[in-house]
Design a protein around this ligand. Structure first.
Ligand code: APR
Length: 307
């Protein structure tokens, strides 16, 4: 059973995509009484209409998650127009601590996929609170940021996004690091296919993508995170050994320790089964370092009494 904590916009979108893939039964949990049950019932009807063989339930009782092998955490406050993800640290840190206690109690062997923003510091906090091996505490965001890079690059190139292998590493926020030289189309780097100005535009659009959506429609994105989460859940559930960009707790990789950041990882049934170090050149190493500095500052913003 897959548990999704937080039956809001991201949680329910993730549930819909996971249901379409029939990956496993789904339990939605939300702190607001009846909310998860209502959302789950609507999704269960959709599954019935589509003839999907899965069960979808919702509850406010965390005990019901016992036995779940995968917990997707989408509980937390999303940003409003004009807000940065970093501004959510204080309020969401408390929610993460609360959810971590429940996960430890009811699903001590589960793999945990974090979505709550600001992602990297919230993943750091979750990792510290859970005390699980880092392989089982994974941050969602790299799939989203790289998916967005792929979208904007594809538009410029006039090709399908599917044929672009996009790379975005570091922070999920304004200091994320899209890497055009390592973003390739059958071995050809983006830097050889687009002009400097075009690449700058693509990078800017990628970094601003979440804020753009929030500004346009008044609330933050959910379909793209839901779609990305379903891919990661699928890779874990089916032991696909797929390589995704995801935030993990670094222990010396890229020369960094005691920090969470997005890097390429291999996902399989044990969670993160391998972390890859990209061949960054000197300039890219410096840009990555800047992104890491931003995450460090975000982590420093977590209220001390919660860590
Ligand atoms: N336990 C369970 N659910 C909780 C808890 C908690 N302790 N605290 C809050 N929630 C629930 C809220 O009741 C709400 O239904 O989390 C849900 C969040 O849903 P939305 O407000 O729709 O937010 P959403 O857009 O889904 O974003 C959730 O993911 O991408 C990030 O920045 C985003 O941090 C935000 C999170």
């Amino acid at each position: 059973m897959i548990t999704i904590v937080g039956a809001g916009r991201v949680g329910t979108a993730a549930a819909a995509y996971i249901a379409l893939k029939e990956l496993d039964d789904i339990l939605l949990i939300d702190i607001i009484p009846n909310k998860a049950a209502g959302e789950a019932l609507d999704l269960a009807h959709a599954a019935s209409i589509l003839g999907l063989s899965i069960d979808i339930r919702g509850t406010e009782n965390y005990e019901e998650m016992a036995g779940s092998d995968l917990v997707v955490v989408t509980a937390g406050v999303p940003r409003k127009p004009g807000m940065t993800r970093e501004e959510l640290v204080g309020v969401n840190a408390k929610i993460v601590v609360d959810v971590a206690e429940k996960i430890k109690k009811y699903t001590p062997d589960a793999i945990v996929l974090m979505t709550t923003n600001p992602l990297d510091p919230m993943l750091y906090l979750m990792y510290k609170k859970l005390g699980f091996p880092r392989e089982r505490v994974i941050g969602f965001s790299g799939v989203l940021d790289s998916g967005r890079l792929r979208y904007y690059a594809a538009k410029k190139l006039g090709i399908s996004p599917a044929d672009i292998n996009p790379v975005v590493i570091g922070q999920h926020g304004r200091s994320m690091f899209p890497v055009p030289r390592l973003t390739t189309i059958y071995g050809k780097p983006l830097t050889e296919l687009l002009s400097k100005e075009e690449i700058e535009e693509v990078v800017k659009e990628t970094i601003a993508a979440g804020a753009t959506i929030t500004k346009l429609r008044g609330y933050s994105s959910n379909y793209a995170p839901g779609a990305g989460l379903s891919l990661m859940v699928e890779a874990i559930k089916k032991d696909l050994k797929r390589i995704f960009l995801a935030s993990v707790y670094l222990m010396g990789e890229y020369g960094y320790s005691d920090i969470t950041a997005s890097v390429p990882v291999l996902l399989g049934k044990s969670g993160v089964e391998k972390i890859y170090e990209l061949p960054l050149n000197e300039e890219e190493k410096q840009l990555f370092a800047k992104s890491i500095e931003a995450i460090k500052a975000n982590i420093a913003g977590i209220p001390k009494e919660l860590l």
